[in-house]
Design a protein around this ligand. Structure first.
Ligand code: F6P
Ligand code: MN
Length: 344
């Protein structure tokens, strides 16, 4: 991109139509500004006193590190200055109520995948923005289609902001010297049929039938008459999502038979909903295997959900297999139900 388009000028241009547009822009700017400060803290790590030590347990039972707590505080501080009625963060049990008259509610995972930090692997912030309903709290329990914008920041070799807004997915890079985000890709579209999958394969024995069948098809590749698949698993949702935007493929964090994983691992409100909005607005798809993620409404703030997302073809193949096979935790190595050739 030749012209230097800053996030701020991009948001100014976008502010035209939608009723909440200036408020949405203000929230995005708040998250972006906090993420710039957080990127510096992450990059400095031990130099800035980040020990990586556990300092508690979050409401979902995940170990909380000092950087999780710092990220949560940085995002909250920024959002409290923005037109936000309530913040739901991964790091606390209940939403924080702010100005009840403000037009927006924000669900946020301030620092996803922080366990990767000590290995210097990409981690990120994920956010979801909704217009406030009459009752502030019940805003969070509307389906994901209620989101008006969402996105994520990847703190990796580069700091990248992915923004889903006005039905478009745009990507920005942090100019570290100028301390501002610059547009590098506009109207990103996910390749519809990339033969690449991402799943934590160590859980193979715990998966239920449809997921095992899909992955077994991928692994059989051309030996079974289908396409040869490549595999990736970073263990960092933001990094996997960015990869899908760049080159396609399908990501799966399914439900499985382990205690605590019956509804998968990822959280609906601040992980699956925002990623699903990004995927769909980039021409991809996101499902539990049986239901479109964006049509789901949370019943509790930290509800988990199976998440399968990415290229439309891959997501559709997973959904087709789910239609044909009951979700049994059967541990059998049954033949693939005469579906061989599905991927051709
Ligand atoms: O939710 C935290 C997270 O680190 C995600 O970023 C990632 O997709 C997932 O957990 C990895 O889980 P696992 O360690 O079970 O593969
Ligand atoms: Mn998370």
């Amino acid at each position: 991109m030749d012209e230097r388009v800053t996030l701020r000028s991009h948001l100014d241009q976008a502010v035209q139509d939608a009723p909440n547009a200036p408020a949405v822009a203000a929230v995005i700017e708040a998250v972006a500004a906090a993420s710039i400060r957080l990127a510096v803290l992450i990059a400095d790590g031990p130099l800035a006193g980040i020990t990586g030590r556990h300092s508690g347990i979050n409401p979902d039972g995940d170990l909380q590190k000092d950087i999780d707590v710092a990220a949560d505080e940085m995002m909250r501080r920024a959002l409290r200055m923005a037109p936000v009625a309530a913040i739901l963060s991964e790091e606390s049990e209940l939403p924080e109520m702010l100005d009840a008259e403000a037009p927006l509610c924000v669900a946020i995972d301030p620092l996803d995948g922080s366990a990767n930090l000590e290995n210097n692997i990409s981690i990120g912030t994920i956010f979801s923005i909704r217009p406030r309903g009459n009752d502030v709290l019940s805003t969070f329990f509307e389906p994901g289609t209620a989101q008006c914008a969402a996105g994520f920041v990847v703190y990796g070799p580069q700091t990248i902001l992915v923004l889903a807004m006005n039905q478009s997915v745009d990507i920005f890079i942090l100019d570290r010297l100028a301390r501002e985000f610059l547009l590098i890709a506009q109207g990103v579209k996910i390749a519809p049929n990339t033969p690449e999958f991402a799943i934590n394969a160590s859980n193979h024995r715990h998966w239920h039938g449809p997921v095992r069948a899909y992955i077994d098809e991928c692994l059989a590749g051309s030996n079974g008459g289908g396409a040869d698949f490549n595999m990736r698993w970073i263990g960092s949702l933001v990094a996997e999502s960015l990869r899908i935007l760049v080159r396609g493929g399908v990501f799966l964090y399914p439900a499985d038979a382990r205690p605590g994983y019956r509804e998968g691992r990822l959280r609906l409100l601040y992980e699956a909903h925002p990623m699903a909005l990004v995927m769909e607005w980039a021409g991809g798809a996101a499902t539990t295997g049986r239901r479109r993620i964006l049509e789901l409404a949370a019943k509790t703030p930290h509800q988990r959900v199976p998440l399968i997302m990415g290229s439309v073809r891959g997501v559709r193949d997973v959904a087709v297999i789910h239609e044909g096979i009951e979700p049994m935790f059967d541990h059998s190595d049954a033949p693939l139900f005469a579906r061989r050739g599905l991927f051709r």
